[in-house]
Design a protein around this ligand. Structure first.
Ligand code: NAD
Length: 445
């Protein structure tokens, strides 16, 4: 079983054991800390469900993983650097695969494989006709000029072009990528096909067949669950709650706006430059304007500077991690003061961190449902592109809320029936849908 280091990697199937040490070539290529976390989480759920062993083994590994390397010419014309890109399609059983593309300096195959697996569960929990995928390029987006980012995007797209498409695999934005990057992917793909193919990506600008309300969807979807989750935790109206948000990018910003609209006080936010605290509530409109102008929270005067570590330990009602993975761990979980955690980021809580939160009775709305608003509106966008028929903002927002609330209610009923935390309940629901579909499809040949 993956997860316990070198020796445990299914040596009988995958390699030769020499003096109890598996040769290094037998390491599965996507092994990483994050991947092990994803498998550990899956194993717990599979065991609890009594999942068929063959199905479980298939779901533990990605169905398709692509690694590419390509040359990237800097604006400084003489500099050519080799970059690495990844695309992992975890499961092709449910329909085309779907998942974001991230640009980050430390992105790797293991991280992308773990996130692709999470996407499979997320789509199944919500009931979308997709398997999970994820992609990335190992590059620091903050050091790229616009022209450089465009060159990286177009070449990466060209490298994976045979594996993506409206019926194959549909990328979307993730950390370090945005609507403009999706527009370049769509254009590169369309140039190669000889005609316009908007449905190859979601999260595009509306001018290219993007959906209105996609940009806000993940943050808005997360906060749409706040009244239900707060009620589940035993509270009343969410009005007046103190909310702390880690990350002020796409997800964090729109979560902050939606929380403010709900009557909450957003008392702290952060980005890669550090955090900002204001006990009486940060002015989100003003800080968003500052970030649009300066590209960072640094220099904003409407609060005190704090560190990204301190933000997790602030006194508040609700904590929303909306930046990177692995931030709530055994090192800080016992100092979290919030009684409700709503995960906007993917994988923000490690398995050990999660155990501590559970012991302390802190309710966690897990990523697989918390941030599913993004892929849900991406699904709407894909459907609209395929039909060339576009919906109004109110239709989209209404359907998003309905789907999110229904999924949350379903997950909650599993949690109550099985006496398990929301994360386990959500995964049980997602894994069951996928396992049923796999069993019905059978084994080829
Ligand atoms: P983004 O690039 O728009 O924003 C990321 C934010 O995190 C920025 O404010 C950045 O400064 C901050 N950040 C980066 N590194 C940090 C660090 N080390 N410490 C503190 N802050 C840091 O990305 P996003 O689209 O908002 O995605 C954020 C998270 O949400 C990711 O985990 C992503 O996988 C997940 N997610 C995004 C979407 C979506 O629709 N964009 C959907 C589902 C899940």
């Amino acid at each position: 079983m993956p997860g316990d280091g070198l020796v445990s990697l299914s040596a009988s199937h995958h390699g030769r054991v020499v003096d109890n040490i598996v040769e290094e070539t037998d390491l599965r290529e996507w092994e990483s800390q994050l991947y092990r976390e994803a498998v550990k989480q899956f194993n717990l759920v599979a065991e609890r469900m009594g999942l068929d062993d063959n199905i479980a083994e298939r779901l533990r590994v990605p169905q398709r993983a692509i690694v590419v390397s390509f040359p990237f010419r800097h604006d400084q014309y003489s500099d050519v650097e080799t970059l690495y890109g990844y695309r992992v399609q975890h499961l092709l059983t449910m329909g085309p695969t779907k998942g974001g593309i991230r640009y980050a300096p430390d992105v790797n195959l293991g991280e992308v494989a773990a996130l692709a697996m999470l996407m499979t569960w997320k789509c199944a929990i919500i009931g979308l006709p997709f398997g999970g995928a994820k992609g990335g390029v190992r590059v620091d987006p903050l050091r790229l000029s616009r022209a450089e980012k465009q060159r990286v995007t177009r070449r990466y797209t060209a490298e994976i072009i045979n594996f993506i498409g409206p019926n194959k695999d549909i990328p979307a934005p993730d950390m370090g990528t945005d609507e403009q990057v999706m527009a370049w992917i769509m254009d590169t793909y369309s140039q190669q096909m000889g005609h316009s193919v908007p449905a190859v990506v979601t999260g595009k600008p509306p001018a290219l067949g993007g959906s209105v309300a996609r940009r806000e969807a993940t943050g808005r979807g997360l906060v749409s669950l706040l009244p239900l989750a707060w009620q589940h935790r035993g509270g009343g109206s969410p009005e007046g709650l103190d909310v702390v948000i880690h990350g002020f990018g796409n997800v964090g910003r729109y979560a902050a706006i939606a929380a403010e609209q709900l009557g909450c006080h957003v008392t702290a936010i952060s980005d890669v430059s550090g955090g900002l605290y204001n006990g009486s509530g940060i002015d989100i409109t003003a800080v968003a304007e500052h970030v649009d102008r300066e590209g960072t929270l640094e220099g904003f005067e409407g609060g005190d500077r704090i560190t990204n570590d301190e933000i997790f330990e602030l006194d508040c009602d609700v904590l929303m991690p909306c930046a990177i993975g692995g931030v709530i761990t055994k090192a800080n979980a016992d100092r979290v003061k919030a009684s409700l955690i709503m995960e906007g980021a993917n994988g923000p809580t490690t398995a050990e961190g999660d155990e501590i939160l559970q012991e302390r009775g802190i309710v966690v709305v897990p990523d697989v449902i918390g941030n599913a608003g993004g892929v849900t509106v991406s699904y709407f966008e894909w459907v609209q592109d395929l039909q060339n028929y576009f919906w109004s903002e109110s239709e989209i927002v209404g359907r998003l809320r309905e789907i999110m609330n229904r999924a949350f209610d379903d997950v909650l009923s599993v949690a109550v029936r099985e006496s398990v935390p929301l994360r386990t309940a959500a995964l049980m629901r997602g894994v069951k849908r996928v396992a049923d579909a796999k069993l019905i499809r059978g084994v080829f040949p």
